[in-house]
Design a protein around this ligand. Structure first.
Ligand code: ASP
Length: 325
């Protein structure tokens, strides 16, 4: 008897979660999980593209911030959600590139457990400090951190986040040790940097441009080959003497594996339309975001990106010897 009930429940569960044609989707709001605190870079990108996608889909995209464990808590939640198109997630280079190397018990496979929808924005990394940090160039910064690392606090968004991963790389490259302070996102980390409660961080440009322009924090360098048009006065790491420190992150939309094809196609189309919209482009560009074009934008481009990023970050992070506790 018990067995029969269980079997029936399992069958029902399967029916509820399997990929079925849903020609009218979406008939209610779609939840987009942002795996970090509100106000940070992932949240900002999600809100800019999500707002336009809502208009194309004819239903609201509601952002749900599910922070914790460097973004892996929210992405695990997305993996476990019903694949019915009503839960999607904004992942990034950390959750879908770095995390497998850092979390031995990660409960998702970035390349296998999701339907890739598309890349939303490339986000170059900057090394930023509180405004009265005693360095005014990357060289001075490196010298100061090497000499005073023990008393310096670096703010990041949890093991495996972009800020954590990219500052881990910095730490091993300049051979310095500093105290690492975890936040639930770089939104709150930035607030503390502006308040001078932490000393520095490595963060995605879309979180930083207004504060750098206002002089409430300082930028030591941008870790790309070219300067950003949104911050023309900030030198590249190449110009500033650390040419091998080249790191850019990205944000991208994922749906749980098994989400029906008609739905993922509609989501990819809505994202594509958002990224072609003049106003969306202007907002992302002003924040220093890099808009993917052509084949880099859609599902295939994203799948390839995830696979190359996992392959790129795994050896780097293993060599740096970090794991999540
Ligand atoms: N992108 C994260 C956020 O939105 C932070 C990070 O990955 O460093 O807060």
């Amino acid at each position: 008897m018990k067995k029969t009930i269980l079997a029936a429940a399992a069958a029902l569960g399967l029916a509820a979660t399997s990929a079925q044609a849903q020609p009218n989707w979406p008939t209610r709001p779609v939840t987009m999980i942002v795996p970090f605190a509100a106000g940070g870079p992932t949240d900002v990108v999600a809100r800019i593209v999500g707002e336009h996608m809502s208009r194309t889909l004819g239903q609201q995209i509601v952002i749900e911030n599910v922070a914790g464990a460097g973004g892996t808590t929210g992405i695990t939640r997305a993996k476990q959600a019903a694949p019915d198109g009503y839960t999607i997630a904004m992942g990034h280079m950390g959750t879908h590139g770095a995390a497998p190397a850092l979390y031995p018990n990660l409960r998702y496979d970035p390349a296998k457990d999701f339907e890739p929808i598309g890349v939303a924005a490339g986000t170059p990394i900057l090394i930023v400090t509180k405004k009265d940090f005693p360095a005014n160039s990357l060289k001075e910064f490196i010298d100061y951190v090497k000499a005073n690392g023990a008393k310096l606090n670096e703010a990041h968004a949890g093991v495996g986040s972009v800020s954590h991963t990219t500052c881990t790389l910095l730490q091993s490259m300049i051979d310095a040790k500093f105290t690492r302070v975890a936040y639930r996102g770089t939104g709150p980390a930035l607030n503390d940097l502006v308040a001078g409660q932490v000393d520095f961080g490595c963060d995605q440009i879309v979180n930083l441009v207004p504060q750098i322009q206002a002089g409430t924090i300082k930028a030591m360098a941008i870790a790309t080959a070219e300067r950003s048009a949104s911050l023309p006065n900030v030198p590249t790491t190449k110009e500033a003497g650390l040419p091998d420190y080249q790191v850019s992150a990205w944000n991208a939309v994922f749906a749980p594996k098994g989400t029906p094809k008609e739905i993922t196609a509609k989501l990819a189309d809505a994202l594509d339309k958002a990224l072609s919209d003049e106003n969306v482009r202007k907002r992302l560009h002003e924040l220093g975001g890099v808009i993917p074009e052509g084949a880099d934008r859609g599902p295939q481009g994203l799948q390839k990106l995830v696979e190359t990023e996992v392959a790129r970050w795994t050896p780097v992070l293993k060599a740096a010897g970090v794991t999540a506790q």
